[in-house]
Design a protein around this ligand. Sequence first.
Ligand SMILES: CC(C)(COP(=O)(O)OP(=O)(O)OC[C@H]1O[C@@H](n2cnc3c(N)ncnc32)[C@H](O)[C@@H]1OP(=O)(O)O)[C@@H](O)C(=O)NCCC(=O)NCCS
Length: 215
Amino acid sequence: MSDAQVIIRPLKTADIPGVVEIFCEQFPDLSWTRLGRNFIDKFIGWHFKYHPDLALVAEQDQRLIGFIVGATGSHREYYYQVLRDAFPEFLAGSILHPWLIFKSSFWTLWLEFLRGRRSPGKRPKDIGMSKTGEKKGILCFVAVTKTAQGLGIGTSLKQAFESAASQAGIQVLSSYTEIKNVAARRLNEKRGWKQVREDKRHKIVYFSKRLDKRS
Ligand SMILES: CC(C)(COP(=O)(O)OP(=O)(O)OC[C@H]1O[C@@H](n2cnc3c(N)ncnc32)[C@H](O)[C@@H]1OP(=O)(O)O)[C@@H](O)C(=O)NCCC(=O)NCCS
């Protein structure tokens, strides 16, 4: 790693291929990744299109070394919206990789998509209010390239993301990670996220953070 300054800044269209690269490197086993690069490209594009204020990258020496993306609303709304937008890629990936049928998370994607179709289609910008009138948001993915991990970049990305979410009026953020993902759990704890639920069956732990205006 060079000593050059790390810059955290909003994602630009030209960054999408670099973000796809980091995504595929850091999430190789995810169903989303296995659906193919076209799908990942489309889904990062979705973030840029609908939530540019919640999509940030870390850059050093004009090279991307990390990213973080989020959205307003709940995880369920998010899955539906992304899959609807990237439906041709989602369908093509499902046909080209039929063995994905053995992954329960892949089934969950399809179920979320079909469930979402039953409710009237809201635009991504319209969703995100809780029953109590609080604006909700989710942290969808954060990743730092292998050679830059452990140097505080994930922490900087998360801090900048929380500020951006707060400026966008979001009051409560949530996210989840695998129970075995020690780095992501530590990162959450360090930034004051509270563990709210542990789903032992799916080996996932849920986190939440209430933002104050100074986040
Ligand atoms: C999670 C991730 C983004 C953290 O990024 P990072 O730049 O390495 O994080 P930081 O350097 O800011 O470290 C944050 C804290 O986690 C700890 N940490 C980082 N990597 C760790 C590891 N492999 N094991 C244990 N703790 C770890 C750090 O020590 C630090 O805590 P400390 O300040 O108390 O020492 C990075 O590991 C990553 O890209 N992982 C793969 C993708 C992923 O799993 N994303 C999360 C789910 S969406």
